[in-house]
Design a protein around this ligand. Structure first.
Ligand SMILES: [Zn+2]
Length: 535
């Protein structure tokens, strides 16, 4: 018997954590962060505490209370209770998480609780809680998704949130002789532990056979997951998919392949189940081109740095306009890593005059090479600085704020909202324009950010006082009509909708043939949706 339990992605967009258990093997499909649950308690200036990280998240029910999955150093550090003041020692929630760590569980039962995590793609709502997991749990994903994880940690300032590929476990220590309080207990980083990242596209986890089929989404490397559970049935999981991007033929091909696979259970995303039209990526290219047509000054476009297909669109717009596309150093670094893996069929700053890298001021704000110690990717492509091997391409060839000021009509600048401090240095001249090539806001927090974005744009006269930013965007998600057609084509026995708002769940039952059973997941509730093979 196979049991499926969703610990995230239930009645919400994102945060997918779906456990599939066939009795002798357990795997998680994604282990993402739920932005809605996190946002219920946390914001920019209030987050979980570094040395109590997991314990804080467990208490606030942001992550599931499960034995056997979490890192030992986040659950409990050996010996800490003896170091607490005596009266505090009886309050064990101060130092114990109330769940068994991966190690404790495996030692007690003689086997791990979970045998692997299969990542569908490189978006935070699908991978962001991996840093909490025991490093012994293998992570399975495409080479591109692994590269995205590496890029995300390399361009960040570090910290628990970025410990995807490796981490330094924390251990009890004492302050050294030269400290203010020698001999006092403290927590320090221990030896580095490396996660096992499996980049194969067909593999076995315990008794389950898994295959990853390429699909189109708003990051490269996204996959449909097909699982032969070895108990007489097959499960397919969409991850996030679309049928209207540049690589829509991939999703089409995956669906065609699944049609012949006799799928018993289809776990599907339903982000846009209530919408019927999808804007095409080619339309995005055309509309942005038109919007920038009469722009005499600097043309500025905002989009997420991980969205390489949107980059491709902007390269085409730049070519048409005969302008140089100036991209963020994060995107340049990601393209560099992707190229190392496989030649890209895209011009990049490394091989084309069509694209350059923006060099932001950092540190002392003097454009000194030493300013980039904590943002190495902004200086050049080599993030591991070793003596004599420091590469500083962006420093030598990059485009600085004053280059844009002097020749605004030569460039299209990629500048996302989070980089808006650069507008102060650039001070776009009259006749400049900003387009947001990102999604319209769909939550209260995003509305607040949108207000801020408009305020910045109005301040720099990129918008009139009563105007709002223009969004030109194609969603990363299939429309309702496309999803329903896909489900009918694959024709599974059971459909489990995830990554969808509660108010839209009824649409699945309403629009699907009655021969397909729709099972609505509840958080942490096992679903024994197993069925015998089809007649
Ligand atoms: Zn996604």
């Amino acid at each position: 018997m196979v049991v499926i339990t969703a610990y995230g992605g239930v009645n919400e967009i994102g945060g997918n954590k779906i456990l599939v258990d066939n009795g002798d093997t357990k795997i998680f499909l994604d282990f993402g962060m739920s932005f809605s649950r996190t946002g219920q308690y946390y914001e920019e200036f209030l987050g979980p505490r570094t040395n109590n990280y997991l314990r804080d998240l467990l208490e606030m029910e942001v992550v599931p209370k499960l034995d056997g999955i979490y890192r030992q150093d986040m659950v409990y550090i050996q010996g800490v209770e003896d170091k607490l003041p005596e009266r505090a020692q009886k309050y064990c929630s101060l130092y114990k998480a109330g769940v068994k760590s991966y190690d404790e569980y495996a030692k007690e039962t003689g086997r791990p609780f979970v045998d692997g995590v299969v990542l569908s793609h490189g978006h935070a709502d699908h991978f962001q809680h991996i840093p909490l997991l025991g490093c012994e749990i293998p992570i399975h994903c495409t080479p591109i998704t692994a590269t995205l994880l590496q890029a995300v940690s390399d361009v960040s300032k570090g910290g628990i949130e970025q410990e995807f590929l490796k981490y330094k476990g924390r251990e009890l220590s004492t302050m050294g002789d030269k400290s203010t309080f020698p001999g006092e207990p403290t927590i320090k980083p221990a030896d580095c532990k490396f996660r096992t990242i499996n980049r194969d596209l067909q593999f076995k986890i315990g008794s389950m056979k898994v295959e990853l089929l390429p699909v189109d989404h708003s990051v490269l490397g996204a996959r449909f997951t097909l699982i032969d559970t070895n108990s007489g049935g097959t499960i397919a999981y969409t991850g996030d998919i679309r049928f209207h991007g540049r690589y829509r033929n991939l999703t089409r091909k995956a669906v065609d392949e699944l049609k012949g696979c006799d799928i018993d259970v289809l776990i599907t995303e339903g982000t846009r189940i209530d919408e019927d039209v999808s804007k095409d990526e080619l339309k995005v290219e055309e509309e942005i081109g038109k919007a920038f047509q009469g722009v005499k000054g600097l043309a500025i476009v905002g989009f997420g740095w991980k969205d390489v297909t949107r980059y491709e669109t902007m390269v085409k717009v730049a070519r048409q306009m005969e302008r140089t596309l100036v991209i963020s150093p994060k995107l340049a670094y990601l393209l560099h890593l992707l190229k190392e893996q496989k030649p890209l069929e895209l011009p990049t700053p490394e091989d084309s005059d069509l694209v350059s890298v923006y060099l932001p001021r950092k540190g002392s704000m003097l454009y000194s090479k030493s300013d980039y110690t904590y943002a190495k990717h902004a200086l050049g492509y080599s993030v591991d600085w070793k003596e004599g091997e420091i590469r500083t391409e962006h420093y030598e060839n990059g485009v600085r704020a004053y280059d844009l000021r002097e020749n605004p009509s030569r460039y299209i600048l990629h500048l996302d909202f989070y980089e808006f401090n650069e507008l102060i240095d650039i001070n776009p001249p009259p006749g400049s324009a900003y387009i947001s090539a990102s999604t319209e806001p769909f939550s209260e927090e995003m509305e607040i950010d949108e207000q801020r974005l408009n305020n910045w744009l109005r301040h720099f006269k990129l918008l009139g006082e009563s105007e709002s930013v223009v969004h030109i965007h194609a969603s990363g998600h299939a429309s309702g009509t496309e999803l329903i057609e896909m489900i009918q084509e694959i024709s599974p026995r059971v459909v489990i909708p995830v990554h969808v708002e509660e108010k839209n769940l009824h649409i699945f039952r309403k629009r699907l043939d009655s021969s397909i059973e729709v099972m609505l997941p509840e958080v942490g509730k096992p679903m024994s949706c197993w069925v015998q093979s089809k007649p």
